[in-house]
Design a protein around this ligand. Structure first.
Ligand code: ZN
Length: 347
């Protein structure tokens, strides 16, 4: 599992570009944001299980006598930080990386652990990371940025997410984004799994175990929930956030009942302590409460649509007061807009 020279060079290249674009942002906009140190820390969940966070993103790790099992690496810089923290606390290496799913903001940087670890993902993860066919056209939004009309987006043409995530989208590191690279998304630093599993897999190390459980595709086809039987705990990402509103307007979600079904599948898993990729550490009841919020929002928005109310009217009338102490409660108008879209409001 030695790092190839090509991969090492790509990494170097990637970092150079990231640094360059951060500096460019600073020079152009005077934005200090890109330079701010991320908030990081580690808390004990229970038994040998710990949660580590990078700003609003969480991962977990299980310490055993023969090595450490880590879930999402989150990003390369965080993974290097975590590797250093683990090396200072334990004299065993990371032996397993178990991905929750392939999305860039949770799965990037796994290469940091690849020298010592088996990297495991669901069997649909390699396909989700694959580059689409080379003749994939630019999306309409990207085509509008293609000032020189060469069918690709150079850094100087990029704006918004394409500019901010340029190096992570640019799979071959040639400084130009093709339609295929843009369609695949900013996953260039997601290290592909070295092993895949289909429905469930139990990984045992140093007398401890973690179960990888595939759950239905509400958020991503390759979604894995991790269950730690000795700790009576489970780790789940993006489908459930404990004591926090769902992210913004449910991006990419087309069917709310599929999401509710996926949450119910998580509730059917045997655990007491729940750890989310976002939000607090909580209980099985908190998972049910998250589903309860989504069901209440669905019912309120559906009733408003049936009443002929506009989105603006719904955003003014649906207050969800019961949940006002949850994190990111300011996303309520976005949540309402997303549910309105999902339920076909305005059509
Ligand atoms: Zn995700």
């Amino acid at each position: 599992m030695a790092k190839t020279k090509e991969a090492a060079m790509r990494t170097k290249n990637l970092r150079g570009i990231v640094r360059l674009s951060a500096l460019a942002g600073l020079a152009v906009g005077g934005l200090a944001l890109a330079q701010e140190a991320p908030d990081r820390g580690i808390v004990h969940v229970g038994g040998d299980l710990y949660r580590a966070h990078n700003n609003a993103h969480n991962t977990v790790f299980l310490v055993t006598s023969e090595g450490i099992i880590v879930s999402d690496p989150i990003n390369r810089d965080f993974a290097e930080w975590l590797q250093g923290e683990l090396a200072s606390m334990y004299d065993v290496p990371v032996r397993v990386v178990a991905y929750s799913h392939h999305h860039w903001d949770h799965a990037s940087g796994g290469e940091v652990f690849a020298d010592t670890a088996e990297v495991i993902g669901h069997e649909t993860m390699p396909g989700a990371l694959a580059l689409p066919s080379g003749d994939t056209p630019l999306s309409d939004a990207a085509a509008a940025l293609d000032a020189n009309g060469n069918g690709q987006i150079e850094q100087s043409e990029a704006s918004g997410n394409l500019a901010g995530q340029f190096a992570l989208i640019d799979a071959d590191g040639n400084g130009m984004l093709t339609g295929a690279e843009i369609a695949r998304g900013p996953v260039s630093d997601v290290y592909p799994p070295s092993t895949v599993y289909s429905d469930t897999r139990t990984v045992t190390l140093g007398g401890k175990s973690v179960e990888l459980i595939h759950v239905a595709a509400a958020h991503s086809p390759d979604m894995t929930v991790l269950r730690f039987p000795d700790e009576d705990a489970a780790f789940f990402v993006d489908i459930i956030s404990l004591k926090r509103l769902p992210f913004m307007d449910f991006p990419g979600l087309e069917d709310v009942d599929s999401l509710i079904g996926t949450i119910q599948a998580v509730e059917a898993i045997d655990f007491s302590i729940g750890v989310g990729g976002h939000g607090d550490i909580g209980t099985k009841q908190d998972v049910a409460d998250h589903r309860g919020y989504i069901e209440a929002l669905r019912d309120a928005v559906a009733a408003g649509i049936a009443d002929g109310q506009s989105l603006e009217e719904l955003q003014a009338s649906i207050t969800m007061d019961e949940y006002s102490d949850w994190g990111s409660f300011n996303w309520l108008p976005n949540n309402i807009a997303g549910m309105y879209r999902i339920l076909g409001g305005g059509n």
